[in-house]
Design a binder for this molecule. Sequence first.
Ligand SMILES: Nc1ncnc2c1ncn2[C@@H]1O[C@H](COP(=O)(O)OP(=O)(O)OP(=O)(O)O)[C@@H](O)[C@H]1O
Length: 254
Amino acid sequence: MSADRRMREEKPVLETRHLAVSHGRVEVLHDASIRVGAGQIVTVIGPNGAGKSTLLNAIMGLLPDSSRIRGDVRHDGVDVGHDDVEQRLERGIALVPERRELFASMTVQDNLALGAYRRRASGRSRAQSLERIYALFPRLKERRHQQAGTMSGGERQMLAIGRALMSDPKVLMLDEPSLGLAPRVMADVFQIISDLRGTGVATLLIEQNSRAALKVSDYGYVLEVGEITLEGPAKALAVNPRVVDAYLGVARAN
Ligand SMILES: Nc1ncnc2c1ncn2[C@@H]1O[C@H](COP(=O)(O)OP(=O)(O)OP(=O)(O)O)[C@@H](O)[C@H]1O
């Protein structure tokens, strides 16, 4: 079945409906409706300041109390808009924030353990989750006693993803995972994102590196000035002249 048909027909694991966010009198996200199907990788691309992080933070329940939110956030068909962050984690939503927010002086393994303080009741034990993450990231296993702050940029990103996976999420949201990474390391991180598909976790990815993001994704959205202006199967977006022109042109290729 095509990614487009699957998106329309399958019950999404994560969905926003007409989501709008205002900070004071400024509305930074307008009427954003997106869907992420089970096991899919969905990307949101768009320029700086378009509202991409705001979208992820609204889904995770991380916006400041002063922000005004309208519209719905639904997980597995349930409205989670009134849940706090811990409840959303327990339902199976996880976010790797742009700044990764690791505990630099703690070991890799202790950082992973902290990722499990709130988790979905998946039937998998914490030890099983840890083994699963070490299987996905052998490098983290090798370095499990190393301080997180002494890891390379790519390793820290792997650790941030691994820590989020410790909550056994159904949906993993990644905010700019390739930010600040050297091209070769970036390629490793995108390979990991692609490998996540095999674990059954759905991924919602926001990225400045549109080309690489569309390459690993099933479906994509373009977010511009707070609005979804285009959507479609990632393969189709990658050859859409408007996307090519604005986001994949030679000058922007990286
Ligand atoms: N707490 C806040 N108070 C006021 N304005 C905010 C707040 N958070 C975000 N904004 C504004 O909302 C807009 C969208 O920001 P957001 O961080 O979501 O964009 P983005 O697409 O993720 O950008 P980037 O790619 O640069 O990270 C920006 O103009 C930003 O300045």
